[in-house]
Design a protein around this ligand. Structure first.
Ligand code: FAD
Length: 287
């Protein structure tokens, strides 16, 4: 059980808020001793976004001595910027990257610049070109419920295999709420010959507004018991939060029972939510 990877994801504060607002969350999340904490790179990009990601990763790695993973979305980055970011990350002893394509979402963001990468696989190949010794470990994203733009599940899997072959060391899934979907996806990856470790992305739903936003954004399958919970506690924030944390905890316990290789918890920067989950889950992992 000790090989099970349990990690957290945090995001830099919005541009209108000072970066310090996340410091307390990171201090508390580090105390929970995850295997690593990954830091997202805000859609839209730009130099300030890159600096926020590097600064937060450095705090996690060098102040709290916790492993960290920097998200890099190629849609925002030029070849030169990726090269310079790798140099900055290396200087801060940050040697793990989540290589992504990134999203263009006109409704909530304007790209500050066009990047040089059309697909995440191109970014993975370029990083491997710049880092022939393989000093950096490169994670990538995958989609148990199929990426929204893919023409079919088979095409998405073909693209995923090409991405992994470009030099990916492990995969992290998009959030999902139905473990059966994840188990089917693992089987499909195995048949396709995708053999790197796959961490399950789990997001606790902690209030009705966040749940509605996530469901609209990602369109995941919502099992009947989760749907009933969402409806039952629509107007009762405290009960919604407790039930959402319980649902995520049960999901993770089931993943552990079924020999999943790891879980990546989308913490939404909430250390109290992460702590409530690890309090129940760590004993199952012998931690
Ligand atoms: P890709 O692997 O490039 O796939 C994108 C689409 O292109 C898929 O439909 C795929 O099937 C298709 N495709 C791939 N290769 C080819 C090809 N050669 N020819 C034709 N089609 C192809 N976004 C951010 O902006 N910042 C973040 O920090 C961030 N963190 C994330 C963390 C996780 C764990 C996950 C799951 C997602 C994250 N995202 C983030 C969102 C991500 O950027 C989007 O989901 C994006 O739409 C796809 O990124 P990708 O790296 O999976 O893309």
């Amino acid at each position: 059980m000790s090989d099970f990877v349990f990690s957290f994801e945090v995001y830099p504060p919005k541009k209108t808020a000072p970066i310090e607002v996340i410091y307390e969350a990171i201090a508390q999340l580090s105390q929970l001793k995850p295997d690593y904490i990954s830091v997202t790179y805000g859609a839209g990009g730009g130099a300030a976004t890159a600096s926020a990601t590097v600064e937060i990763c450095s705090l996690i790695r060098n102040t709290y001595h916790t492993e960290t993973v920097a998200h890099l979305p190629g849609i925002n980055l030029t070849f030169d910027q990726v090269a310079s970011l790798l140099t900055r990350l290396r200087a801060h002893n940050i040697m793990s990257i989540l290589a992504l394509r990134g999203d263009r979402r006109p409704e909530d963001c304007v790209l500050e610049q066009e990047g040089d990468f059309h697909y995440a696989s191109e970014l993975v190949s370029y990083i491997r070109e710049l880092d022939p010794r393989g000093d950096f470990s490169i994670s990538a994203a995958c989609y148990p419920e199929v990426h929204i733009e893919a023409s079919s599940a088979a095409a998405d899997l073909d693209h995923l295999k090409l991405k992994v072959e470009a030099g990916v060391t492990n995969l992290i899934t998009q959030l999902f709420f139905d473990n059966r979907v994840f188990y089917q996806f693992l089987d499909a990856c195995s048949v396709a010959g995708i053999d790197v470790p796959i961490q399950a992305g789990i997001m606790p739903l902690t209030n009705a507004r966040q749940a509605a936003h996530i469901i609209k954004l990602c369109n995941p399958h919502i099992p009947a018991d989760l749907q009933a919970m969402i409806e039952r506690y629509q107007d009762d924030d405290a009960s919604f939060e407790a039930a959402g944390i319980e649902y995520a905890t049960q999901q993770i316990a089931d993943l552990i029972d079924n020999a999943a290789e790891g879980v990546h918890l989308y913490t939404m920067n909430s250390a109290s939510t992460a702590r409530a989950i690890t309090d129940s889950i760590y004993p199952l992992l012998g931690r």
